[in-house]
Design a protein around this ligand. Structure first.
Ligand code: G4P
Length: 507
C-alpha cells in the first residue's frame, strides 16, 4: 500500500500559478469537476470564519489544507502551503510532512525570492523537487536562460523532460523529450484538450534548441533526483492545461513513496507494524462558536483504523481517535482507515500540539520538527490592562498552535512574542480580537533575538544568577536567553561553554 502513496507540496512565489496548477491537478485526478472550484471553495470556507477576514483583505491564504486525489491506483496527497511572500512557520512545518515537492516558476520571471526560500527548506530535508516552468503560453524568457538560472541559483543539476515549441504568440505545443510527441493547442482558447501529434517536423530553430538542450544537460537519473541533486524540468501552462498530466505521471513514476522518519533510536520505516505519526500543524477555532481544533497528523507507519487509541508524546495517556478526517478536495470525509503517507485531521480540545508524536505503544519520538528561530520580536501591550488573564491564555493557545512563539521574561510583566514573518503578527492581533476579545498592541522589544538554553542545572543556575534580566521562559517553561544582539549571543556563548544557545527548539 505504501508504494501507492505520494505525499507532496507545491512551492512557488505568489502569482506563479500554484492555485491554477492545484486546480488542474485535482481536475485531472477527478477530485473536482469544474475549474475555478479551488478558489471558489476557498472563499466560501474563508467567509465562514471571522478571523480569516485577514485572508480576504489581503487576498491570501494563511492556512494550509490537504487535498487528496487518486489516479491509476495511486493516492496523491497534496499539502497546500500558504503562498504569501511573508511566509510563516506553518509553511515550513508543512514541508516537514511531505516526501517531495513541485516547484512552480513563472517563465517570464524565473526564480523569485519566495521560491528560493522554500527551496532551501526542501534542501535542508533533502526533499526531491520536480520543476514546472509555467505560463509558456505567454512570452517568457528563453528556456536555456531559465534552466541555467535554476541550475546556478539553486546549485542543482537540471534535466529538461519537455520543451515548448515556441512561446507566447508563437506557442504551438509542448514536445515530450522522452516520446517525441507534441501536445497541441486547440480551439479558440488554445487549450490542451487531448490532441497529441507524433512524428512532428519541428521548425529549424526549435529542433536546434532541443538538440543543444539534450547535449547540454545531464540525463535524468532517478537516484540523483531522489537525493535532491537533480531536478527534472517540465514546461507547461497550468491555465491552458499543458504539462499537467505529465506532471502527475512524473510524481507517480519518480517521486518517492513515504519515507522513513527519524527518531533518536534510528528511523521508523513505513512498513513498521505499529501505527505512528506526527503532528505538523494545528488549526484552532475553525468554527468560532466551538473551541475545536484540528491537529494534522502525518501517518508514518502502520494502518490506522478509526477508533484506534493513540498516545500523544506530549500527554502520556492514550486518546481514542473516533472521528478522524481525511481531506478530500470536494468535502471532508470521515476516514475509516489510512496508510503511511496519508494525512488525517484529529479533532481535539488542545491536547495535541505541533511536534507531538502519536503512537500505539508510546515508545517512539520523532525528531526533526523544529520551531523556527524567531526573527522578529515584539512586546505585547494591552489596551485594557484588566485582560491580562485572557491575554495569557490566548498567547499560550496561539503558541501551542504555532502561530507565534511566546516568551515570558523572569523579571517584569511585559510578554514578548517572536515570529518568523510580519504576517504572523497581523494574524496574532486579528485573532486576539476575534477569538479572545483582547485588544492588544505590539511594541518594539528591548531584545533582538532569542536562544534556547540547554545545560546541566548547575550551569543554568550560574548563568541565571548573572543574567536574570535577560532570561525568559517559553510556553513549556523552558529557559530562553533574550539577547540584545547576535553579538550578545556570541559573547555569552564564549563565556559559558557548558551551555548551548540554540536558535531553534525541537520538541
Ligand atoms: P498563485 O496561486 O501562485 O498565486 O497563482 P494563481 O494560480 O492565482 O495565478 C496567478 C495569475 O497567473 C492568475 O491570473 C492566473 O490566471 C495566471 N496564470 C496561472 N497559470 C497561467 C498560465 O499557465 N498562463 C497564463 N497566461 N497565466 C497563468 P490573474 O489575472 O492574476 O488572476 P485571475 O483573475 O485570472 O484568477
Amino acid at each position: 500500500m505504501t508504494a501507492s502513496r505520494r505525499t507532496f507540496a507545491i512551492i512557488s512565489h505568489p502569482d506563479a500559478g500554484k492555485t491554477t496548477l492545484t486546480e488542474k491537478l485535482l481536475l485531472q485526478g477527478g477530485a473536482i469537476h469544474l475549474a475555478g472550484e479551488v478558489k471558489a471553495r476557498g472563499q466560501a470556507r474563508r467567509a465562514r470564519s471571522d478571523w480569516m477576514k485577514i485572508e480576504q483583505q489581503r487576498g491570501i491564504s494563511v492556512t494550509s489544507s490537504v487535498m487528496t486525489f487518486e489516479r491509476d491506483g495511486i493516492t496523491f496527497n497534496l499539502l497546500d502551503t500558504p503562498g504569501h511572500e511573508d511566509f510563516s512557520e506553518d509553511t515550513y512545518r508543512t514541508l516537514t510532512a511531505v516526501d517531495s515537492a513541485i516547484m512552480v516558476i513563472d517563465a517570464a520571471k524565473g526564480i523569485e525570492p519566495q521560491t528560493r526560500k522554500l527551496f532551501e527548506v526542501c534542501r535542508l530535508r533533502s526533499v526531491p523537487i520536480i520543476t514546472f516552468i509555467n505560463k509558456v503560453d505567454r512570452e517568457g524568457r528563453a528556456c536555456f536562460d531559465l534552466l541555467d538560472e535554476v541550475a546556478d541559483m539553486l546549485a542543482l543539476d537540471v534535466c529538461p523532460m519537455s520543451w515548448p515549441v515556441g512561446m507566447g504568440g508563437l506557442f504551438q505545443g509542448i514536445l515530450d523529450l522522452g516520446t517525441g510527441k507534441v501536445s497541441r493547442p486547440e480551439g479558440g482558447s488554445k487549450e490542451f484538450l487531448g490532441k497529441v501529434d507524433e512524428n512532428v517536423v519541428l521548425p529549424d530553430d526549435v529542433a536546434e534548441e532541443i538538440e543543444l538542450a539534450q547535449a547540454g544537460y545531464p540525463e535524468f537519473d532517478l537516484e540523483a533526483y531522489r537525493g535532491g541533486d537533480l531536478t527534472p524540468v517540465y514546461f507547461g501552462s497550468a491555465l491552458k492545461n499543458f504539462g499537467v498530466v505529465e506532471l502527475i505521471d512524473a510524481i507517480a513514476r519518480f517521486a518517492p513513496p513515504p519515507r522513513p522518519q527519524p527518531t533518536e533510536a534510528g528511523p521508523v520505516e513505513p512498513d513498521h507494524k505499529e501505527v505512528t505519526g506526527f503532528i505538523f500543524k494545528v488549526q484552532a477555532n475553525m468554527d468560532p462558536m466551538h473551541r475545536d481544533r484540528i491537529a494534522f497528523m502525518r501517518l508514518v507507519s502502520g494502518t490506522f483504523k478509526r477508533g484506534m487509541k493513540l498516545t500523544p508524546s506530549g500527554l502520556g495517556k492514550p486518546i481514542a481517535v473516533h472521528s478522524p478526517i481525511l481531506f478530500f478536495a470536494q468535502d471532508r470525509e470521515i476516514a475509516d482507515s489510512a496508510e503511511p503517507g496519508d494525512i488525517i485531521g484529529i479533532p481535539n480540545h488542545g491536547t495535541l500540539r505541533v511536534g507531538d508524536t502519536l503512537s500505539e505503544k508510546n515508545q517512539i519520538r520523532f525528531t526533526g520538527l523544529p520551531n523556527f528561530a524567531p526573527e522578529i520580536l515584539r512586546r505585547v501591550a494591552l489596551k485594557d490592562p484588566t485582560k491580562t488573564k485572557q491575554l495569557r491564555k490566548a498567547l499560550d493557545d496561539l503558541s501551542e498552535e504555532g502561530v507565534i512563539q511566546v516568551f515570558y521574561p523572569e523579571i517584569g510583566s511585559q510578554w514578548i512574542v517572536g515570529v518568523v514573518g510580519q504576517l504572523q503578527l497581523d494574524v496574532l492581533i486579528s485573532r486576539l480580537e476575534a477569538e479572545y476579545k483582547v485588544e492588544a498592541m505590539l511594541e518594539a522589544s528591548p531584545f533582538d533575538t532569542a536562544r534556547w538554553l540547554k545545560g546541566a542545572d548547575k550551569a543554568l543556575d550560574d548563568f541565571a544568577a548573572f543574567n536574570k534580566m535577560n532570561l525568559a521562559r517559553d510556553r513549556d517553561g523552558d529557559p530562553v536567553f533574550m539577547a540584545k544582539s547576535a553579538w550578545d549571543v556570541g559573547y555569552q556563548q564564549e563565556r559559558n561553554p557548558d551551555l548551548t544557545f540554540s536558535a531553534t527548539k525541537e520538541r
